[in-house]
Design a protein around this ligand. Structure first.
Ligand SMILES: [Zn+2]
Length: 97
């Protein structure tokens, strides 16, 4: 099954036949935290089962030594490309690889 990351500007797609260092994480089921995640990723419309990839979390958001990587219950995603795009407009040309 193919899963993808819902964050704006992120095109991470996870395929079951592909091993990756990046993991995908389901949104929390409790409403306040789910709303925080939603706000953080800049989306107003989310799919039924939204996921964020591990690229949006700092290392200390993960449980120590867990495999596959598991998020701490209090983890909030903080690293987003659309955030840096706002402050670094001039570097946009460099994004074209
Ligand atoms: Zn992502």
């Amino acid at each position: 099954m193919t899963r993808y990351c819902v964050a704006l500007g992120c095109s991470f797609v996870s395929k079951s036949n592909q091993k990756s260092e990046i993991s995908l994480h389901s949104f929390p089921s409790d409403e306040p935290r789910r709303t925080e995640w939603q706000k953080a990723c800049g989306r107003t419309q989310l799919p039924i089962d939204p996921r964020l990839c591990s690229q949006h979390f700092l290392n200390d958001a993960f449980e120590f030594c867990s495999r596959p990587r598991k998020l701490k219950p209090s983890a909030i995603p903080t690293i987003f490309y659309h955030e840096s795009a706002k402050s670094l407009k001039q570097t946009r040309a460099r994004a074209c690889r």
